[in-house]
Design a protein around this ligand. Structure first.
Ligand SMILES: NC(=O)c1ccc[n+]([C@H]2O[C@H](COP(=O)([O-])OP(=O)(O)OC[C@H]3O[C@@H](n4cnc5c(N)ncnc54)[C@H](O)[C@@H]3O)[C@@H](O)[C@H]2O)c1
Length: 152
């Protein structure tokens, strides 16, 4: 009975690792949340800005909330989920879902199957990981993308 039930359940797209996001394999693409103004003045976004630069390249993409800007760095893509207008706003679950859909489309078009993320939206942006993780599962369920969540 257990086998039958398990075989009907969909495999989770999320796996968890304790540690620093930036210790992930260099072949993994990365994603995090920012505002349309690309300020990246606080939180994990500061480290992305230091490591990958490209602020003018991101601004030039003119992405709106619900879209996703992207940089190519060596073998990986770095995704900037645009979840709000200004750095001092808070995102909604809806905008986050739309940005994740945009990232999924880019992953599928570009053969990305390994993605590492922090608990996006759930630090300074105050969303609930229970809800955000469910949204990520739903958006990526029909794909081959595996998402590793790094927890400090
Ligand atoms: N003044 C500003 O520029 C300003 C203001 C508000 C928020 N922010 C920033 O915060 C917003 C995003 O919020 P968020 O909650 O998604 O992000 P966040 O709070 O920066 O980080 C999300 C989660 O990742 C955790 N984390 C931090 N560093 C690491 C690491 N090295 N490895 C693994 N996990 C880590 C962190 O504890 C948190 O739980 C963006 O707007 C961003 O720019 C900036």
């Amino acid at each position: 009975m257990g086998f039958k039930t398990d075989s009907l359940m969909m495999a989770s797209k999320l796996q968890y690792v304790k540690g620093d996001l930036f210790s992930c394999p260099s072949t993994h693409s990365l994603a995090h949340c920012i505002s349309k103004d690309c300020r990246m003045g606080k939180g994990i976004a500061v480290i992305f800005k230091e490591k990958f630069g490209g602020v003018n390249e991101l601004l030039a993409q003119k992405k709106q909330p619900g879209e996703c800007a992207v940089l190519k760095r060596d073998e990986r893509y770095v995704y900037y989920l645009i979840t709000k207008e200004r750095y001092n706003n808070k995102p909604t679950y809806d905008t986050l879902r739309q940005s994740l859909e945009a990232m999924k489309a880019h992953c599928l078009e570009n053969g990305v199957t390994m993605l590492s993320i922090p608990r996006i939206g759930c630090g300074l942006d105050r969303l609930s990981w229970d809800k955000v993780s469910t949204i990520i599962e739903n958006v990526f369920q029909p794909t081959d993308v595996t998402i590793t969540v790094y927890l400090l």
